[in-house]
Design a binder for this molecule. Structure first.
Ligand code: NAG
Length: 181
C-alpha cells in the first residue's frame, strides 16, 4: 500500500525529473540523445518539418532521412550539424524527379531555419535562457546561403556553445554572429 506521503514524494521526483529534461527545449532529449516517444506523439514533440521530410520521397529513403534529422538539432550537437544535414537533404533529393527535388529543397530550407534545442543555464538564478551558436562555414548548396536557425526572441544575449559546454555573450566570439553577417 502506498501512503499519501509516498505519492507526494513520487510526484515531486517525477516533476523534477521532467523539468531537468524539458528545459525550454522543443523536444525531449537526455544526455545528448533524443528520447524515443510514442509515435502518436511524434507530431507534438517534433517540428512539423520532420513529418514533411518523412513524406517527401519513397522507398524508405525519406523515412530514414526524417529519423536522422532529429539528432543534428539536439543541444549538444556541433554548431554546423543542422546546416550539414540540410545539405544532405538536398544531396538526397538529386535521385528523384524535379517535383520531388523542388519539394525537398523547400524542406531543406525550412529545416535549416528550424529552432535548435538549447539548454538554459541552470547555474544562474533565475536560470538563463540561451541561444544556439551559429555555423561558421558556408553551406555546400548555395540555396542555403545566409540561412540560420531560429532563436527564441526571449533568449537575450547569452549563447550556449556545445564546443566548450559554456555560456558566451553575444559578440564575445565569432559563432555568436551568423556567418553571413
Ligand atoms: C515525381 O515522383 C513522384 C513520386 O514518385 C510522383 O508521385 C510524381 O508523379 C512524379 N512527378 C512527375 C512530374 O513525374
Amino acid at each position: 500500500m502506498i501512503s499519501p506521503l509516498q505519492i507526494g514524494v513520487l510526484a515531486l521526483a517525477l516533476i523534477s525529473a521532467s523539468q531537468s529534461v524539458l528545459g525550454r527545449e522543443q523536444w525531449l532529449e537526455r544526455d545528448g540523445r533524443a528520447i524515443e516517444l510514442n509515435p502518436r506523439r511524434f507530431g507534438q514533440n517534433h517540428p512539423p518539418v520532420l513529418a514533411k521530410i518523412r513524406a517527401a520521397c519513397g522507398h524508405g529513403i525519406c523515412a530514414k532521412l526524417a529519423g536522422a534529422a532529429v539528432t543534428p538539432l539536439l543541444a549538444a550537437q556541433g554548431e554546423c550539424t543542422q546546416q550539414d544535414f540540410a545539405d544532405q537533404i538536398i544531396d538526397t533529393s538529386k535521385q528523384f524527379n524535379a517535383t520531388t527535388q523542388a519539394n525537398m529543397l523547400a524542406l531543406a530550407i525550412e529545416y535549416r531555419q528550424t529552432e535548435k534545442n538549447t539548454r538554459p543555464d541552470f547555474k544562474t538564478k533565475p536560470q538563463t535562457p540561451r541561444n544556439s551558436v551559429f555555423c561558421q562555414k558556408a553551406p555546400a548548396h548555395a540555396e542555403l546561403n545566409g540561412l540560420v536557425q531560429a532563436q527564441d526572441p526571449a533568449n537575450g544575449d547569452v549563447f550556449f556553445d556545445p564546443a566548450t559546454g559554456q555560456s558566451v555573450q553575444r559578440g564575445a566570439q565569432p559563432n555568436t554572429i551568423p556567418f553571413a553577417g
